[in-house]
Design a protein around this ligand. Structure first.
Ligand code: KL2
Length: 552
């Protein structure tokens, strides 16, 4: 007779923290353990256990020796007839993933029970409890329930005077970075890390939102052409900017040319020659759009992916200063009595910084005092910053404006030459490139000291003052805490945190794509999984943009 076997979960619970589970072959009749083995919980739950039901017995057995040969414990604990009898295998938990209509409970509900089911039921409960605890079996439906599009504002929309603009921001995890940092994904289901699995999940989530503009970070250049196929079909057009030097990924900005016209754009490279704080390969895109149905209506969309290094908030601050100076140039309308005016602006992307920290406060509050702070931009910390963040030779003021652009605007004369070095051809059409021989006489480009330069009466530019400001009143679409003060998250870096944002000014947010809270995230299987294709969550918001009436 075939012995009845049982998975021992009592032992496994002791090892849960280490993500290993002990399994045992247990014979009911003699209450005896025949064999113990150890496996990683993810392999165990998904690949390794299948169930074979014959008239008088229920058997769980492991096949991880055949599926994951790289795995530490390769000896199958079950041998002989059970393993050979593959037609009887019924992948329990595989059914819980991949299929959008099913979840675990529906799988077990539809099963026909053999006689003497208590043992089967017990085992099934054990597995279900574990899979719920580690959430390997969450269905797409459950994920969707966590992420409704919620209404932020009951403001009425008038189709004649308002344009509804939906924008997404999504770091899709470049496959080459996943492979470079594979240790970060050692507990993930290996199948869910395959680009051919992740790609359609990512595309589906994006396409379902039917956004007008989609900002993607970590788009691997080698994957771009293939990735674009469904978007081209849906009549999206795109801009792509790879990070500089020997990196393989970059920013992809998709938009609908039927609705939106590109008026101007720039690819921003933060890498500036011989500037230590700007020696990283991150990039940004800034685009000025007009509406096809209202060609006088302009707005600016920018996306970026800032440096990862968690300690270097000073670098992210400098990168933000460069990005904002380019946004300032592109979004400027005119000088008014109360100062410069700008088109509506939306800035989104992966900033690699957490809410309410230094750079976040700079973005949302409009100023940040950096002198004397550490590289983390905390009061205590190594490598205290001087009054000089980026060198004055870049001619970007402490208010995130290009000095030459500012002087041209205020004095009506000058070259508008921007001093950012870039070898990118798109920039050449949109601004003159730094010329080492150009004459700069007002600004001492060799000085690291504080300089105040009067441009016109009552208007000065500052360099190296120790305080950074910018002229935009940005708000974040996400509040980062829900009404119960539970933190939201956009990615998992050992813990669930927010690093992705959508900031806006002069547009009215109507809806947002809800982010789960940290505790809700903890109920998800590790991402990427078979529902979420990236190690980040997708952000989204809908805005009301006032159409400009044509002056008659
Ligand atoms: O945090 V990210 O992942 O927005 O999801 O951005 C960076 C990191 C991305 C581009 O540089 O690559 C990831 N440890 C972990 N992840 C890293 C590291 C690292 N040392 N370096 C880069 N990335």
């Amino acid at each position: 007779m075939v012995p009845t076997t049982k998975l021992l979960t009592t032992v496994s619970l002791a090892n849960v923290v280490g993500r290993y589970i002990h399994t045992g072959l247990f014979q009911q009749e003699f209450k005896q353990i025949f064999h113990m083995s150890e496996a990683s919980i993810d392999h165990l739950l998904f690949e390794n256990h299948s169930k074979s039901i014959s008239n008088h017995s229920e058997v769980f057995y492991s096949t991880y020796n055949t599926i994951t040969p790289q795995y530490k414990y390769q000896k199958s604990i079950f041998k002989g007839e059970y393993l050979n009898n593959k037609t009887k295998m019924e992948p329990m938990l595989n059914q819980c993933i991949g299929d959008s209509s099913n979840d675990c409970s529906s799988v077990s509900n539809t099963r026909t029970e053999p006689s003497g089911t208590t043992f089967v039921q017990e085992i099934r409960n054990d597995i279900n409890n574990l899979s719920q605890k580690f959430q390997y079996g969450i269905s797409r439906r459950k994920y969707k329930e966590l992420r409704p599009w919620i209404t932020l504002n009951n403001g009425t929309v008038n189709k004649d005077t308002d344009f509804i603009l939906r924008i997404l921001s999504y770091n899709i995890l470049a496959q080459n970075l996943l492979e470079t940092h594979s240790y970060l994904y050692r507990y993930h289901h290996p199948g869910a890390l395959d680009w051919n699995i992740r790609k359609p999940l990512i595309q589906k989530e994006i396409l379902e939102a039917e956004a007008n503009v989609i900002c993607i970070q970590e788009m691997q250049l080698e994957h771009l052409k293939d990735f674009l196929i469904p978007f081209i079909e849906k009549e999206y057009d795109y801009l792509y900017k790879k990070r500089t030097n020997n990196t393989k990924d970059g920013l992809l900005l998709l938009y609908k040319p039927k609705e939106l016209q590109i008026e101007n754009y720039v690819y921003v490279e933060y890498h500036q020659t011989s500037t230590d704080i700007l020696n990283r390969d991150n990039v940004g895109i800034v685009v000025k759009f007009s509406l096809k149905e209202s060609p006088n209506t302009f707005f600016v969309i920018s996306t970026t992916h800032l440096l990862y290094n968690p300690k270097r908030n000073d670098v992210r601050l400098a990168q933000t200063q460069i990005l904002f100076s380019e946004i300032e140039r592109i979004a400027f309308i005119e000088n008014t009595e109360s100062g410069p005016s700008y088109y509506p602006i939306i800035v989104c992307g992966d900033f690699n910084l957490q809410p309410f920290t230094g750079v976040y406060n700079f973005i949302t509050k409009g100023s940040f005092h950096y002198v004397g702070k550490g590289q983390t931009l905390e009061n205590r910390g190594f490598m205290r910053l001087s009054n000089c963040l980026i060198p004055s030779s870049l001619l970007v003021t402490d208010n995130c404006q290009h000095f030459n652009v500012l002087t041209k605007r205020l004095r009506g004369v000058g070259s508008e030459k921007i001093m950012l070095s870039s070898n990118d051809s798109a920039n050449k059409t949109n601004g003159e490139i730094y010329n080492a021989n150009s004459e700069v006489n007002e600004v001492d480009v060799t000085s690291r000291g504080h300089q105040e330069i009067k441009i016109i009466e009552g208007k000065s530019a500052h360099f190296s003052s120790g305080v950074l400001t910018h002229p935009f009143k940005f708000s974040s679409v996400y509040q980062h805490n829900n009404w119960r003060r539970e933190m939201e998250a956009t990615t998992n870096q050992g813990q669930w945190i927010t690093v992705d944002y959508i900031f806006f000014t002069d547009v009215e947010p109507l809806n947002r794509y809800t982010l789960p809270t940290v505790s809700e995230c903890e109920t998800l299987p590790l991402i990427p999984n078979f529902t979420v294709g990236s190690d980040h969550l997708c952000l989204g918001a809908t805005f009301k943009l006032k159409k400009k009436q044509i002056m008659r």
